[in-house]
Design a protein around this ligand. Structure first.
Ligand code: FAD
Length: 262
């Protein structure tokens, strides 16, 4: 199994610059992206029952090594950090493409687990993007997964209920933050992790054209950023006989519909 894990700044330690209105992350500690902890736990549960090995892949700056070691301290067997200046400023397309190339280099796998989305950029693109670049099935929004007779059985939490999906690996699964209770790391496993170390893969290791990665490989352009105007709620007391007129007005403006139209 492979876990995709991003190190993110601890949201509680990010503050808003009172002058520039930008997010200041400089004081923030790096932590495992919360739903990636659930992704790891989902894989560890399968490892507990079925055996197997878990490799953690993360793309990020050198400090992300600590988050990988934490995953190994919880039971992952191998850690790979994709890190190189040319990967910097990648959008979700270039991030997915680079991670998919690393997965190919790892070789055979059955299941890739990713978090549903991150707490810093939160697009939810990367899991599905990696699956598309690898040309494998994907099961998103999962709250549980298990193996039965060689098939992955996963429960997806949808707006109107739970959908149970059965698919044959290789498959990519994205895991929701409420899926499980992530375990803590164990001292012995952490010591083993530090002895084993984290593999660092740079741009040369992945052999991708430089124009496909980092900022050069990122088609997304941020045109402008603006803070939306705060809309103030207003209220005034109304008389009972005003209600039909006000309702008519809301119907006219298309804000509400009457039972006949529904
Ligand atoms: C134009 C542009 C410029 C950007 N420049 C920068 C920049 O300079 N620096 C910067 O930090 N960000 C930058 N970003 C944000 C960056 O693209 C995203 O942080 C990154 O692509 C991951 O997307 P996300 O956080 O939305 O992940 P999501 O799609 O929400 O993540 C879903 C899951 O995918 C996996 N995943 C996501 N990212 C990684 C990763 N890096 N390694 C392993 N697994 C992962 C995790 O399992 C995660 O839970 C930029 C974005 C844009 C659009």
């Amino acid at each position: 199994m492979i876990i995709l894990m991003k190190q993110v700044p601890d949201a509680e330690e990010i503050f808003i610059d009172p002058v520039k209105f930008t997010l200041n992350r400089s004081q923030a500690r790096g932590i495992i992206n919360p739903s990636d902890e659930n992704a790891l736990e989902a894989a560890l549960k399968i490892k507990d029952s079925e055996g197997g090995e878990i490799t953690v892949i993360s793309m990020g700056p050198p400090q992300a090594e600590n988050a990988i070691l934490e995953c190994m301290g919880r039971g992952a067997d191998r850690g790979i950090l994709i890190t190189d200046r040319v990967f910097a400023a990648a959008d979700t397309y270039a991030t997915s493409l680079t991670i998919a190339a690393a997965v190919k280099k790892v070789g055979d796998f059955d299941i890739i687990f990713a978090g549903e989305s991150t707490t810093d950029s939160g697009t939810g693109h990367v899991g599905p993007g990696v699956a598309e670049f690898l040309g494998i099935d994907q099961v998103t929004y999962t709250v549980s997964s298990r193996i039965e007779a060689g098939m992955l059985i996963a429960e997806r939490e949808l707006e109107d209920g739970i959908e149970v999906v059965s698919t044959k690996p290789p498959v990519l699964v994205t895991v929701l933050i409420n899926a499980n209770l992530p375990r803590r790391s164990r001292l012995r496993l952490k010591i083993d992790a530090i002895k084993k170390g984290v593999e660092k893969w740079d741009h040369d290791s992945l052999n991708l054209p430089p124009e496909w990665v980092g900022i050069k490989g990122s088609p997304t352009l941020v045109g402008a950023l603006k803070i939306p105007e705060e809309r103030k709620r207003e209220s005034r007391p109304i008389k009972l006989d005003e209600i039909p007129v006000l309702v008519q007005d809301l119907v006219k403006k298309g804000i509400i519909r009457t039972g006949d139209e529904a």
